[in-house]
Ligand binder design. Structure first.
Ligand SMILES: C[S@@+](CC[C@H](N)C(=O)[O-])C[C@H]1O[C@@H](n2cnc3c(N)ncnc32)[C@H](O)[C@@H]1O
Length: 372
């Protein structure tokens, strides 16, 4: 690994790689390419910090620190000892190791992880702990061992503002990428008529005012040997000044009073509540806000078992009827797991994007152009 130019892997949900690569390029990262489950870029530690701080669509930032062939455990042991651990880890910061093996002669993950732990302990004396923030990830694939350090710690979809979540919350990184796929760039109003804990509305408002998603949280890289606290403070910058979204507003509603209470509290903690309005009512009572049209984005309840699915058709129909009769000029994005439910809205959807796994369920984004 050279100090200033190594591979950085940005993890996201499979199906959203192309949206993430777009964000990565827009934010000025170099040599990006999309691979299954993420995007790779080249850079040094400042790019690692910036990726964690600024990218809305990634869930994790891995710095690739070594790659070598390992045909058996003794070879893994020997090569793991050659990694310059002192440049990466701190002797006083706890770490843990996770290993995975695929199509390789080394097949015992536990034994592989143990060899790497011992190599690090012998090199640095750093303490091993199962709940350490710093994780070393070793992937042995086709006898090729790739060692990365997870620089994020807690998943990046946790922005650090949500104390409360609804039953089936959309992950923030997915919400941001679905907004992007709907063409949202922070210059139009957004409405979510089944807003739950307010994820889409809060992400949209933050994008409009240019807030950095990682501004309030900590990261595992703060415990690495390469961390430079002064450079990091400078990169993170001062807190947000006066919020201005050029008069834009972001609207959420839900028939559940608890969801509205949660959304308001979450928007408050994110510091964007002056830009948001949350109201308690059913989707059939939804009216377009005054002003220019924009984007309606929503993930209604998903279809589970057969009986449950049947009971959802009237809800999807009501959503479609409301939007078709009152939201001329607005674009619509609906995220759901069943094409027949999307069809029940009667909305003029283009063919959906690739399936994306969300909490174990495969969902798709159905989009319309501006409604007639
Ligand atoms: C899958 S959740 C949305 C999660 C949300 N995107 C989030 O990130 O927290 C679906 C939401 O639809 C709401 N809902 C169900 N039926 C509704 C209706 N008829 N009118 C308005 N909201 C409804 C539920 O209360 C729930 O909060």
């Amino acid at each position: 690994m050279s100090e200033g130019n190594f591979e950085i892997f940005l993890v996201t949900a499979p199906g959203l790689e192309s949206a993430l690569v777009e964000e990565v390029r827009e934010k000025g990262f170099k040599e990006s390419s999309s691979v299954l489950g993420g995007v790779t870029v080249k850079g040094g530690w400042p790019e690692v910090w910036r990726a964690n701080l600024e990218l809305r669509g990634a869930v994790r930032v891995l710095a690739r620190i070594a790659e070598f062939r390992a045909l058996h455990l003794a070879q893994l042991d020997k090569r793991a000892r050659k990694v310059p651990w002192a440049q990466i880890l701190r002797a006083d910061a706890p770490f843990r190791v996770e290993a995975s093996c695929k199509k390789s002669r080394i097949y015992h993950q536990g034994a592989a992880a143990q060899r790497i732990k011992t190599a690090i302990k012998d090199a640095l004396g750093a303490p091993v702990s199962d709940d350490a923030e710093v994780t070393i990830k070793a992937r042995i694939d086709d006898d090729l061992c790739t060692i990365s350090v997870d620089t994020s710690g807690e998943s990046l979809h946790k922005r650090g503002h949500k104390a409360e979540v609804a039953k089936a919350p959309m992950r923030e990184n997915m919400a941001a990428l679905f907004l992007r796929q709907c063409g949202y760039r922070g210059t139009e109003p957004v409405v979510d008529p089944m807003c739950g804990s307010g994820t889409f509305v809060i992400e949209a408002a933050e994008i409009a005012v240019g807030l950095k998603p990682g501004r309030s949280r900590r990261f595992a890289f703060e415990q690495l040997a390469s961390f430079d606290a002064a450079a990091w403070r400078k990169l993170r910058g001062a807190g947000p000044g006066v919020l201005s979204a050029g008069g834009l507003r972001f609207y959420g509603s839900d028939r559940d009073a608890g969801a509205i209470r949660m959304s308001r509290a979450n928007a408050e903690r994110a510091g964007i509540s002056p830009l948001t309005e949350f109201r308690e009512h059913a989707v059939s009572d939804l009216m377009p806000p005054e002003g220019p049209p924009g984007l309606v984005i929503v993930n209604p309840p998903y279809g589970g078992r057969i009986g449950e699915k049947q009971s959802l058709f009237p809800l999807y129909r009501a959503l479609g009827q409301t939007l078709l009769s009152r939201f001329a000029g607005w674009r619509v994005g609906v995220i759901t797991n069943e094409a027949p439910l999307a069809e029940a809205t009667g909305l003029p959807f283009a063919p959906p994007g690739p399936p994306v796994t969300h909490g174990g369920i495969r969902v798709m984004l159905f989009q319309t152009g501006a409604l007639p």
